[in-house]
Design a protein around this ligand. Structure first.
Ligand SMILES: Nc1ncnc2c1ncn2[C@@H]1O[C@H](COP(=O)(O)OP(=O)(O)OP(=O)(O)O)[C@@H](O)[C@H]1O
Ligand SMILES: [Mg+2]
Length: 311
């Protein structure tokens, strides 16, 4: 694929990042409420899936525990909107320049070294330049100083400062500026740093909460992904219901049932045993061992404390 260069009107030449490649065989189910909230934030007409130019978009933030489907929601948005999606995965080593432009050695042909350097645009700059959708995943893992250049992207300015070239980089025209959309995701408990600095927190509202799926929502997803036998799915239901599994993410549910299918096939144990064995190894917490105070237990009155008194 030919590299795409951009930036001539800024007196620059940088290579744009390619959009994120959505999997063609993606399965997406449910989450109607969350999708509708995301569309509302992005000023999307619910019927036509076209951006409303009479409304300004908001930079929403998906929050929820691991594996519940935050990324999947963003991929579904991009798929329904039919617009290019650009993604940055947040991590502890991300630098401010990783959000803007980085200098990279030119590729060599394998036999001779490349000559010179060129600028690569980040997925964020690429989204701004193409009027695309941008998703900042795990935004709360990023060092605070790296988030500073985001402030100007997230308000009406819609531009980012690159210290490398000492320039602001903006969308090339008003249409692309109007169609740029930003969202981010994080697990509030998932980083040592915890929350976001106030000025980024305020610019990435509202929060759209993504929670564990109900059993009834999980089952059709498992059927579609894994096509387990009716007996195994029934065993999964029974196992789930008998301990009121509250903390089973969609990802864990997939792993659990997939592994149970392999166990059943290899060892010829029945579906109930296969689910039980698999759950032990997948490390799934039950309501009673998740470390949270058990409300039922808290509410218990010490009615039968006579016994204690006698001891
Ligand atoms: N709505 C959905 N429909 C179908 N499958 C889903 C859905 N949501 C999640 N999944 C399944 O669960 C897996 C985990 O989802 P995803 O990666 O989006 O979670 P996440 O919340 O972003 O997790 P993390 O916090 O670890 O990044 C997906 O790979 C997919 O298999
Ligand atoms: Mg994720």
């Amino acid at each position: 694929m030919d590299p795409e260069f951009d930036g001539s009107e800024l007196g620059l030449r940088f290579r744009l990042a390619p959009p994120f490649a959505l999997e063609s065989a993606r399965i997406f189910q449910k989450r109607e409420r969350e999708l509708q909230q995301c569309f509302a934030c992005w000023a999307v007409d619910g019927e036509t899936k076209v951006f409303l130019d009479t409304m300004r978009p908001l930079n929403f933030r998906l929050e929820g525990p691991p594996g519940v489907g935050k990324n999947e929601i963003v991929y579904e948005l991009a798929s329904q909107l039919g617009r290019p999606l650009y993604v940055i995965q947040g991590h502890e080593e991300l630098t401010p320049e990783d959000l803007a432009l980085v200098l990279v050695p030119n590729a060599s042909d394998g036999s001779t070294p490349g000559v010179g350097f060129s600028y690569n645009a980040s997925p964020l700059v690429s989204a701004l330049r193409r009027g695309g959708l941008f998703f900042f995943d795990e935004i709360n893992r990023v060092p605070e100083r790296t988030l500073a250049p985001l402030a100007s992207v997230l308000d009406d300015r819609k531009r980012i400062y690159s210290a490398l070239v000492a320039r602001d980089i903006s969308p090339p025209n008003e249409d692309f500026k109007a169609s740029f959309r930003f969202c981010c995701a994080m697990n509030p408990e998932g980083s040592a740093r915890g929350g976001l600095p106030d000025y980024i927190d305020e610019r990435t509202l509202p929060v759209i909460r993504v929670d564990y799926m109900s059993l009834d929502d999980l089952v059709p997803i498992l059927s579609k992904y894994l096509n387990p036998s009716t007996e195994l799915l029934h065993a999964f239901r029974t196992w789930y219901e008998e301990d009121e599994r509250r903390h089973l993410s969609t990802r864990q549910a997939r792993t659990l049932v997939q592994y149970a299918m392999s166990i059943a096939w290899q060892t010829k144990v029945g579906p109930d045993d296969a689910i039980r064995q698999s759950s032990e190894q997948v490390g799934i917490k039950s309501k009673t061992d998740d470390g949270e105070p058990d409300n039922d237990a808290d509410e218990e009155e010490p009615d039968d404390s006579d016994d204690d008194g006698k001891q």
